[in-house]
Ligand binder design. Structure first.
Ligand code: ADP
Ligand code: ADP
Ligand code: MG
Length: 499
């Protein structure tokens, strides 16, 4: 077993800091890399050593695999942690790190390449009888053939890029008349965004929840699941609020999903941290979507309910250690919710809002964790993901976690850039969120800019009243707010189903 002494973190911002903190606790030295835009970032100051890797554009800095590996060798690092985004799901990077005689803190190049293609991942998982959304097994290339398949599945269908990620490369097709046009668009979008144009067809599930399972494996072949996270509050197919456990998952479903996720991981000889994503319909049938072969943005909620440090576990697995826990040792304790605090304007379609953090004060107190990568006075660079940080609330149960989240949002002071804090408060106070009966269309069905002014003026006492008055089964209390988006909006049918 090779004990790691120095880790180069091939990332920036909050996740770079997050990783370095665990390394520090383990007595491992850290190296930061940074682009010219990040010279004064907290992750650079926090590291024991730091090296400038290039100009601001990530294609000229954070994505330069060879240059990063060279920096690691130059500074005597023996391992590289890729974080999430950037090179984290790049199979050839994992391979190159290995070839350079360094330890990659993540899965093998093989696992990454199987799971990096949604089509290959589904084919690997299919051998283990994992439930799948009805759809094509291979990429579709011929429009007429594709149309016939779509007809058979039944509209609406979803066209998806096999190499897609981060919510990009998906198009809903409602009828055969627009199929060809949408398919051409999907292929060209996929080619532009991922350099690979393969698309496939899935049935579009109308009122789904996004439920994912955290898995963990070691190099000896042990794989366990660390329960679920629900991430149904999304915009642009991307998560904004995540929680663990899900309010609607029974112990039986949890076990079935967990065991399915372990099989998906085993289908690619997986080790390290990974996430198996599922979509769940109103009957609570679940279907495999994809596997993310890295640490997830929302991993803190799992850390809080399992009391594990996932980064430490990743490092130990990379060193060749066997997992120190078995499935039966793992228990859920309490409830955790994360709000991604983005520099985005919820009043303007969640468009990124770049600017200077004039005022920046973090919330504190019981059950609150903030993972961020900025300080007051800093400017959010336009070059990268506009996430300022993550606000995570933990409570003995969901009610306490929600109350703490609202209290912490009120304490969090950010001026200078628009952000998702007030939106987060709106979500926490919404009867449908409180009840657990929400789906991925929450934002479309219940949110509009005018909601924010009223949400802000609400007092904590009112929220407490909502929380106290609502139980899982009292239908009469959960008044459906009028859909002010004007659209017909598929209203969540979770309401009826979960009675
Ligand atoms: P999660 O960790 O929950 O899956 P996201 O889907 O938002 O979170 O993705 C995490 C980060 O990785 C984001 O910064 C996102 O932009 C980036 N990302 C995800 N997939 C890709 C991809 N295929 N190509 C480029 N960036 C990606
Ligand atoms: P990405 O790689 O971009 O994360 P996913 O396959 O994980 O792509 O899907 C992202 C989101 O898109 C899901 O969380 C869900 O909200 C929505 N989605 C994906 N597949 C379907 C589907 N078949 N029906 C309805 N919604 C879907
Ligand atoms: Mg996904």
């Amino acid at each position: 077993m090779a004990k790691i002494k120095k880790i180069l973190v091939a990332n920036r911002g909050e996740i770079a800091l997050r990783i370095m903190r665990s390394a520090k606790e383990m007595g491992i030295a850290t190296v930061a890399i940074f682009s010219e835009a990040d010279r004064n970032s907290p992750h650079v100051k926090y590291a024991d050593e730091a090296i400038c890797i290039g100009p601001p554009l990530s294609s000229q800095s954070y994505l330069l695999a060879d240059k990063i590996i060279q920096a690691a060798k130059q500074l005597g690092a023996d391992a590289i942690h890729p974080g999430y985004g950037f090179l984290s799901e790049n199979a050839s990077f994992s391979q190159k790190v290995d070839d350079a005689g360094l330890i990659f803190i993540g899965p093998s190049a093989h696992s990454i390449s199987v799971m990096g293609s949604k089509i290959a991942a589904k084919n690997a998982a299919a051998k283990y009888n994992i439930p799948m959304v009805p759809g094509t097994k291979d990429a579709v290339t011929d429009v007429e053939e594709a149309k016939a398949i779509a007809e058979k599945i039944g509209y609406p269908v979803l066209l998806k890029a096999s190499a897609g990620g981060g919510g990009k490369g998906m198009r809903i097709v409602n009828s055969k008349e627009v199929f060809e046009e949408e398919m051409n668009r999907a292929v060209s979008e996929a080619t532009a965004a991922f350099g690979e144009g393969s698309v496939f067809i899935e049935k579009y599930i109308g009122s789904p929840k996004h439920i994912e399972i955290q898995v963990f494996g070691d190099k000896k072949g042990n794989v366990v699941y660390l329960f679920e996270r629900e991430c149904s509050i999304q915009r642009r197919y991307q998560k904004v609020v995540e929680e663990a456990p899900s309010a609607v998952i029974t112990p039986e479903i949890r076990k079935a999903m967990g065991e399915a996720a372990v099989k998906v991981a085993q289908s690619a000889n997986y080790y390290g941290a990974g996430t198996v994503e599922f979509i769940m319909d109103e009957q609570r049938n679940f279907y495999f979507l994809e596997m993310n072969t890295r640490l997830q943005v929302e991993h803190p909620v799992t850390e809080l309910i399992t009391r594990l440090d996932l980064v430490k576990e990743q490092i130990k697995v990379a060193e060749g250690e066997e997992l120190s826990f078995k499935q039966e040792d793992l228990k859920i304790k309490g409830h955790a919710i994360e709000l991604r605090v983005y520099a985005e304007d919820p009043k303007n379609n969640f468009l990124p809002d770049i600017g200077k953090l004039e005022k920046y004060r973090r919330p504190q107190g019981p059950g609150i964790r903030v993972d961020d990568g900025f300080e007051e006075g800093m400017t959010i660079p336009i070059y990268y993901d506009p996430m300022i940080g993550k606000l995570i609330a933990y409570g003995k149960d969901r009610e306490e976690a929600i109350a703490r989240m609202i209290r912490a949002i009120d304490e969090y002071e950010i001026t200078g850039v628009e952000n998702t804090l007030a939106f987060g408060k709106y979500v926490m106070q919404h009867p449908e969120f409180v009840s657990g009966r929400f789906d991925t269309h929450f934002v479309k069905n219940h949110f509009s800019p005018d909601k924010l002014s009223t949400a802000i003026s609400n007092e904590l006492a009112e929220v407490a009243a909502v929380l106290a008055g609502l139980t899982f089964t009292t239908e009469s209390n959960s008044k459906e707010p009028v859909n002010s988006n004007g659209g017909s909006g598929t209203k969540s049918r979770w309401k009826e189903r979960l009675k």
